[in-house]
Design a protein around this ligand. Structure first.
Ligand code: G3H
Length: 195
């Protein structure tokens, strides 16, 4: 059985400010997570050949991968965070205040709600299809460093969770979710590397 390790990027400056989307760098806490992640990955995958590290094209995931050495790294646009369109860079408070209809519509149906000029969860799920095909094809372990909305969808696929739950699955920061696919089904372990 080969593991798939799923993790969000280390805390970003926008995480600290409560802003969605964007392409900021990681915070000091995020940098610390990146180092802990590298340690973990190097120990966990030491004897594994054909392992690879996948990130999105956004700075915060690339930075989070950067202390990891010894494995090939691949950037996927399909692993980028859900595109919040006109709401990119806003806080949830600002959306609620300035675009109350959008806020309510999303609350009502978070799975199908599409940000104006952006994406819905269903859009994200669809664009992940080639990533999932490639993950299934890999012979070695894969470390996927991505974003909350994207990881909710990937996790749901492997953990066999229903579509309607996807937008509400908890994928905390600074935690590795290890998925093992064996003959007897899927096993999951979580490693919280910091608070
Ligand atoms: O920035 C986007 C968030 O990671 C996704 O969170 O879909 O719960 O608003 P949300």
């Amino acid at each position: 059985p080969r593991p798939i390790l799923l993790t969000r990027h280390g805390e970003s400056l926008d995480n600290v400010r409560g802003r969605i989307g964007g392409d900021t760098v990681i915070s000091d806490a995020g940098e610390l997570y990146a180092k802990k992640l590298a340690n973990f990955v190097e120990k966990r995958l030491k004897s594994e050949r054909a392992a690879s590290i996948w990130t999105s094209t956004l700075q915060r995931t690339i930075q989070s991968a950067s202390p990891i050495v010894g494995f090939p790294k691949i950037q996927w646009r399909a692993l980028d965070e859900i595109n919040a369109g006109v709401c990119d860079g806003m806080t949830y408070e600002e959306i609620k205040k300035n675009m109350p209809e959008e806020y309510e519509a999303r609350k009502k149906d978070k799975l199908r709600y599409r940000y104006p000029r952006g994406e819905s969860y269903l859009d994200v799920i669809q664009r992940l299809e080639p990533v999932i095909i490639e993950l299934e094809r890999q012979r070695g372990p894969v470390v996927v460093i991505s974003h909350q909305a994207v990881l909710r969808a990937l996790y749901a696929y492997f953990a066999d969770r229903p579509l309607k739950e996807i937008p509400h699955i908890e994928v905390p920061l600074h935690t590795i979710i290890e998925i093992q696919m064996g003959v007897s089904g899927v096993q999951e372990k979580r490693y919280k590397l910091m608070d």
